[in-house]
Design a protein around this ligand. Structure first.
Ligand code: PLP
Length: 425
C-alpha cells in the first residue's frame, strides 16, 4: 500500500507509442522543453538531490559514463575493465575508512546498500544465531527510511528509538530496545535530518558485547568525513577504526561526485561479506551468481565513479571539502544571524535543518519558493533542510538576502503559509 499520486507511476491515459519515430533533433528539442520547469541545480537553487561540483568534474563523469554506457556489471568476466574499476573503487574507499581487511561491492545507491545490509545481517543471524525466529532491527528515529523499506521487503521488524536533545542517538534508549531477536543495530554518520553523527563508538560497543551486527550509515558522510578529518575538523570516530563496526555504506553519487547509480557497501572482512550474495542454479542455464540486489548493473555508473575518484584524487576531494565546509559555515552563521531563525543542533558536516521558535517556518519556505529556490521542508521540528554542495558557494549572499527579506515579511504578517504539505519528495 502506498499513497502515491498516480502521476508518479506515469499513468497518462490515451498516450500510445508513436506510430512513426521522431527525428533526433526534434527529440532533443522536446526534452529541452520538458525540462524547462526543472530545478536549476547548476546555479545552486536546489536544496538537495544533485551534487554538483563544477563542469570539469561533471564532464569527467559523463565521458566515463558514455564510454561504458553499454557494458554490463553483471558480466564481469566479459568486462574485466568493470571488474577492475569496481575492485579499485571499493579498495580506495575502504582505505579511506580504515578497513584494512575490508571487502565489499558497488551498488546502485544508498538504498540498495542498506537493503543489502539488512539482508546480510538477517542471513548472518540465521546461521550464527539460529534461535532467532523474529529478526528485528534497532535504530535511532533519525535513521534513513531505506531500513524500513528493507525490513518491509525482507520480513524484519524495526524498532526506532528516540534521539537526545542534540539530535544524536540516545544510547541508553537504544540499548533498552535491544532484545534476543535483534539482528542489526544502526548508527548514522551523519543522519540526513539534522546532519549529526550518532555516538558510533558507544553504539558499536553495545552491539559488539551482544555479538550483534552494527552498521554505520555513512551514505552522506563516507566521501566527506575522511577528508574533513585530514583537514583538521574534529570528527568523532565513525569508521572501521571503531571496534564493533561490522559494515559501512558510502554513496559515490553524493559527496563522491560520481554519476547517479553509485554507492558502496563495505564489510569489516570476508566472514561477513559471504552472507551478502545470491547464487542459484536450479534453472536450465546453470549457476547464476549475483553479489548485489540488481541483476544487470550499469557499466557507466561504475566507470564514472572510478574516473571521478582518479580525476580528483585526495587533493581534489580536500579542496572540495574545504569549499563545502566554508559554504556551510557561512550559511549557518547567516541563518543564525536572522533573529527569528535558528539552525537545529550542531551539524557535524554539511547538511542541516533550521526553523523558528516564533514564526511559521513553512510560510518562510513558501516565500523562498516564490523567489525561485527549490526548498526542502522538514517535519520535526518544523523546518527547512539544506544539503550544501560546492554549487552553493556562489549563492550564499543571494540566499541569505532572500531569506532575510522573506523572514521579515512573514514576521510582519505580510506573508502567510500556503499549507504546502511536508514531504521528503
Ligand atoms: C541519501 C541517503 C540514503 C539513501 O541513499 P539513496 O542513494 O537516495 O538511495 C541513506 N542514508 C542516508 C543517511 C542518506 O543521506
Amino acid at each position: 500500500m502506498n499513497r502515491h499520486d498516480p502521476s508518479v507511476a506515469h499513468v497518462a491515459h490515451g498516450l500510445h507509442l508513436p506510430r512513426q519515430g521522431k527525428k533526433r533533433e526534434e527529440l532533443k528539442k522536446l526534452m529541452e522543453e520538458a525540462r524547462r520547469d526543472d530545478a536549476d541545480w547548476r546555479h545552486g537553487k536546489t536544496a538537495g538531490y544533485v551534487f554538483y561540483a563544477g563542469e570539469d568534474i561533471l564532464e569527467v563523469a559523463q565521458e566515463a559514463y558514455l564510454m561504458f554506457f553499454s557494458e554490463n556489471g553483471l558480466g564481469l568476466k566479459a568486462f574485466p575493465s568493470l571488474k577492475r574499476f569496481e575492485t579499485e573503487v571499493v579498495a580506495m574507499i575502504a582505505r579511506l575508512l580504515h578497513g584494512d581487511q575490508a571487502i565489499g561491492n558497488m551498488t546502485s545507491g544508498g538504498t540498495e546498500s542498506l537493503l543489502l545490509t539488512v539482508k546480510t545481517a538477517r542471513d548472518r543471524a540465521r546461521v550464527e544465531h539460529p534461535h532467532i525466529t523474529e529478526p528485528a532491527i534497532v535504530l535511532p528515529v533519525t535513521a534513513h527510511p531505506a531500513f524500513n523499506k528493507a525490513a518491509h521487503y525482507f520480513g524484519l521488524k524495526v524498532i526506532r528509538t528516540p534521539v537526545r536533545e542534540d539530535f544524536r542517538a540516545d544510547v541508553s534508549a537504544l540499548e533498552a530496545a535491544i532484545t534476543e531477536n535483534t539482528v542489526l543495530v544502526v548508527g548514522s554518520a551523519p543522519d540526513y535530518s539534522y546532519g549529526v553523527i550518532d555516538p558510533i563508538s558507544d553504539l558499536a560497543a553495545i552491539a559488539q558485547e551482544r555479538k550483534i551486527y552494527f552498521h554505520v550509515d555513512a551514505c552522506m558522510g563516507g566521501f566527506l568525513l575522511p577528508f574533513l578529518e585530514k583537514l583538521g575538523y574534529a570528527i568523532p570516530p565513525f569508521d572501521f577504526r571503531v571496534p564493533g563496526v561490522t559494515s559501512i555504506s558510502a554513496d559515490i553519487h553524493k559527496y563522491g561526485f560520481g554519476a547517479k547509480g553509485a554507492s558502496t557497501l563495505l564489510y569489516r572482512d570476508a566472514s561477513i561479506h559471504k552472507y551478502q550474495g545470491f547464487d542459484f542454479q536450479d534453472w536450465p542455464t546453470g549457476l547464476y551468481s549475483s553479489p548485489t540486489i540488481a541483476g544487470t548493473r550499469p557499466g557507466g555508473a561504475i566507470a564514472a565513479a572510478w574516473a571521478v575518484m582518479h580525476y580528483l584524487g585526495e587533493e581534489g576531494y580536500l579542496k572540495l571539502a574545504e569549499k563545502i565546509m566554508c559554504t556551510t559555515t557561512a550559511l549557518i552563521q547567516g541563518i543564525n544571524q536572522i533573529p527569528e531563525l535558528e539552525v537545529w543542533g550542531k551539524p557535524d558536516m554539511s547538511l542541516f535543518a533550521y526553523g523558528s521558535r516564533t514564526l511559521d517556518i513553512y510560510a518562510v519556505a513558501d516565500g523562498m519558493s516564490a523567489r525561485g529556490w527549490f526548498v526542502n521542508r522538514q517535519m520535526v521540528p518544523p523546518g527547512i533542510h539544506l544539503t550544501v554542495t560546492p554549487a552553493h558557494e556562489p549563492i550564499i549572499d543571494s540566499y541569505l538576502r532572500d531569506l532575510t527579506i522573506v523572514t521579515c515579511e512573514v514576521a510582519q504578517g505580510k506573508l502567510q503559509g500556503q499549507g504546502t504539505p511536508v514531504t521528503y519528495n
